[in-house]
Ligand binder design. Sequence first.
Ligand SMILES: C[S@@+](CC[C@H](N)C(=O)[O-])C[C@H]1O[C@@H](n2cnc3c(N)ncnc32)[C@H](O)[C@@H]1O
Length: 713
Amino acid sequence: MAPNAHVKKAFIAMKALGIQDAQIKPVLKKLLALYDKNWELIAEDNYRALADAIFEEQDTEMKASQETEEKKKKAEEVEGNSVCDRVFQGEEVDRGKKKAPESAEEEEDALAESERPLKRLRRRGEGGSASTFTSPNCGSPSFKEPYDEETALILLPFHPLSTESDPDDAALTIPKHEPSTDLPSSSTHPDSSDRGNSSLPMPNLEKTNGHVKEGNGIAVGTVNGSPRGVPRTTVETFSDNKLAATPEEASALELASTASGEVKINLSFAPAPGGSSLHIPSMDEVRRAMEEKCLRTYKILDPNFSVFGFLNDFCSCYLDLATKPKNSANQSPENLPFLTTNIEALKKSAASRAFTSHGSNVQMPGSVENSPVGDSMGLVVVPECQVSADEWRVLSSINDITLGEEAVEIPWVNEFNDKFPPFFQYIARSLVYFEAAVKFSLKKISDEQCGSSCFGDCLTPSMACSCATACNGLAYTVGGLLQEDFLEECISEARDLQKHVVQYCKECPLEKAKKEEILEPCKGHLKRKVIKECWSKCGCTKRCGNRVVQQGIHNKLQVFFTSNGRGWGLRTLERLPKGAFVCEFAGEILTITELFERNSEKLTSPVILDAHWGSEELSGDDKALCLDGTHYGNISRFINHRCLDANLIEIPVHVESTDVYHVAFFTTREINAMEELTWDYGVEFNDNVFPTTPFHCRCGSEFCKNTKKTSSE
Ligand SMILES: C[S@@+](CC[C@H](N)C(=O)[O-])C[C@H]1O[C@@H](n2cnc3c(N)ncnc32)[C@H](O)[C@@H]1O
């Protein structure tokens, strides 16, 4: 925008607030100098910084004038107009500093002349080298002192609040444009007993499930009676290092507000009676600490993200909803403002746009580059960390690592460090990699096995179909859980050595794949109970009770970073009953040869589909199969191992074919919300059969087979 146009817009905005030209010009000049001619900051929130600065200037002048008047009164009892009155009558206050330009046009030209291209892009709310102002979002710019880390002053605005008990007072009102003469007496400081009270009503915004609701005693600042529709801000300064020692000194600091100040977020601090060692940090310190936290904890990488901008948006959301008709559907809790998730911000961010248009052209930390995309400044600040293409992709899955592949969203969270989950392609169902001879053919399923006997709900005992009874009785209950007896048998077959049924191959594919000179004998494969679900050939409905695994994941799960060196894990966010289906192990279907050809160092734990091995001849290497979820996989790739007493058990489930089966995880017991989900990989830590790098087990089970414990365990 041409400089003149900027100036004109600023004047228009101020005039709309009833401010005279003569009052705008000098303040705007100062503001331009302080803000390094960054019009974006000045124009933010409809020139709020400018309005605040003008009012602050007026306050200062008014105080000075009052002091002079008092002195004069005492000395000679002379009557005089207040500076404030003169200000609102349009008189220019002569500060004796510089001769004012003759006309408004001349002033505008002078301002325009001084406008130069931006030297740098300053991040919102960041002082940069010319940090002579506090963030425009957290207080008015102060002309009093250049900002200095050591001696910085904190601005503590005080906003008079309604004291009347009329419930309507708590309702939000859009400020009216009131005559400038209606300057309330509250524009002078209230005494300290008024403000220094820890019971001062403060905004009490509670966040519930991502929604914002008004808590008890909410203090949404109304601006009834506020001059020119703009909240009056009486600013008190506190020394940065000053200790708030008495309750009287407890005060409130405005953090954010809507453009016209109807909604505010204040920070209150009330030191313990009798003094405390509370150190009041500067707003810049707080901002920096918060932004760092947002980056680490919430992975907000948007270079334009500012904590104060976020809080201002919070106020705006509140205002938007509060000003909607009372009885509208939007007043229901579900429709209260849903905070924009960080990932939404990430997707919209300039850095993200730059990334998508540049591929993996990630810049050096903190670097600034010209962006070909529509950033308002044509500049992009690359966040101060290097993020790879895969990390960007993983970051974009923070709310749902399945990227919509499952019926439920599964978020991930890391409360311990900056690591992202490994990148992989999410698939809800297993896919053949290349050689595996897997055919899902209708012909393979005989009519006797399926079809004619299937109709309605196959779990009705009198109508149970051959699929549902394939495991010598029903596997599922009507509620979709595993039958208790069936589950217990599966558990004891897997855990109890006495009940193990082991089958041996004539030529074991695992041994063959090692390609050693002498073929080692088969080490044996555990025989397992198998479930057969109804499928497309069956005449029953899709909602038949004998279709559980094929319905997919439906519980609230979360990927999280474990605290004891096991990397990522999976946990449930809700209570799960015993015998509930959680998820299946989906991955690439590989032949055992293909698996051994892969770099075992990089593999997560693959699953060998050996439930039938030994009982039947495997005709051809392309029939000995396994699942590898390393590159293509589902949520189960995050399930960690636990020796023997894991809370999940894997059960083979035939759905489309009896050639290959799904590996489905069911709960072995009731599992509480937030409990980690584990399964026994079935690995022997000292054998060399399993084609992955063995790990040092940290399962914490009393039955742990990990013989070599470290000192920390
Ligand atoms: C299928 S992955 C599980 C997810 C994995 N933790 C991650 O961060 O991606 C298997 C790998 O997790 C780690 N792991 C699983 N269970 C473990 C345990 N009980 N103790 C130590 N590491 C374990 C091992 O590195 C193992 O190779």
